[in-house]
Design a protein around this ligand. Sequence first.
Ligand SMILES: Cc1cc2nc3c(=O)[nH]c(=O)nc-3n(C[C@H](O)[C@H](O)[C@H](O)COP(=O)(O)O)c2cc1C
Length: 350
Amino acid sequence: MSMLETRIGDLALKNPVIAAPAEHMITDGGVRAAIEAGAGAVVVKSTNESQAAKAQLRAAEYVALDTLWQPVAWGADADPATMILSRSGLHPLGFEEWLAQCVQQDRIARNHDCLLVPSLILADPDHAVDMALAVQSAGLRVLEFNIGTPYGREAAKGAVSTETAADRVGALTRAMTERLDIPVWVKLTGQSSDVPDLAVSAADAGAQASIVAGRLLGMLPDLDTMEPMLGTSGGFGGFWNLPLTCHWLALCRAALGPGKALIGINGITGGHDVARALLAGASATGLASAVMLRGFDVISESVAVLDDYCRSKGVSVADLVGRAADARKTFADMPELTNHWQNFVPPQSE
Ligand SMILES: Cc1cc2nc3c(=O)[nH]c(=O)nc-3n(C[C@H](O)[C@H](O)[C@H](O)COP(=O)(O)O)c2cc1C
């Protein structure tokens, strides 16, 4: 077994770097580039039956921001700390064409020992199950079921869902797993006070992995126009999300136990972040914004940096999973330190 190999339930990935879905995963060219860059898995841009969700892509807008909230150029030269505010929609093709494209892309993926992951976003639950059955019949090997988009409250009614109640997560997951034989990965919202509760419900209902967790919503007032940037609230993400993701991963691992797979997503910008998410309990990690912003080299570089890190530490990816999470203590476990706090205040406050 290779040092980078990892397992997500029944499936093995050659490495834990997953090209996560966003607009660069709409076209054949983008999906092929992610596969050829060496991703362990590639998740294609999501679809559902809602015309409003497709219309939302036609009205989508994006802005890359530096740490002073100034718009910066999109592209390979962007700093890894660049953040993205966006308002996205779903795959422009109809379901049948989307599925046919996934089948073609799966052939390419198989030739590269890569897992092609079709992704459905919940609108109507019955439609979602019918589409999932069609995905399975087409020979695809896994399904990502995203029930935690950031936009549930902002989008047109019924276009997408942000499921925040554990019983709903359980029921929606069960509706899939009791009809499908292929593994189901459930993408959960981060807009919850209790992501581990959602992950436990998904696992109890038969999900082989929880993807932890979807982006948050943000609104950034523009000082010139005095209006919201992009005109609306939007999905907001960036490097700063990494510790929040790692925290959720650690809590999910504690709630689920080490036997259940987690996929870390949100704020992972490169190979060292991948290692951090693995240490927090993920068995694999998704990168979306970093690749959409800076290009597909981010994937090959992430795999290379992770490989270097594992070699330098003399460990495999499997050895990393959950190590920091399992070493995590409570505040009450920590020793008292004499006047330590005084080193962290301005001189007048000492
Ligand atoms: C512009 C944009 C479009 C996205 N489209 C999808 C999508 O179609 N399906 C999906 O499951 N997630 C989608 N996402 C969410 C990403 O896959 C990912 O969960 C999120 O951006 C956090 O990871 P990141 O910090 O690596 O970007 C999208 C994200 C962005 C920024």
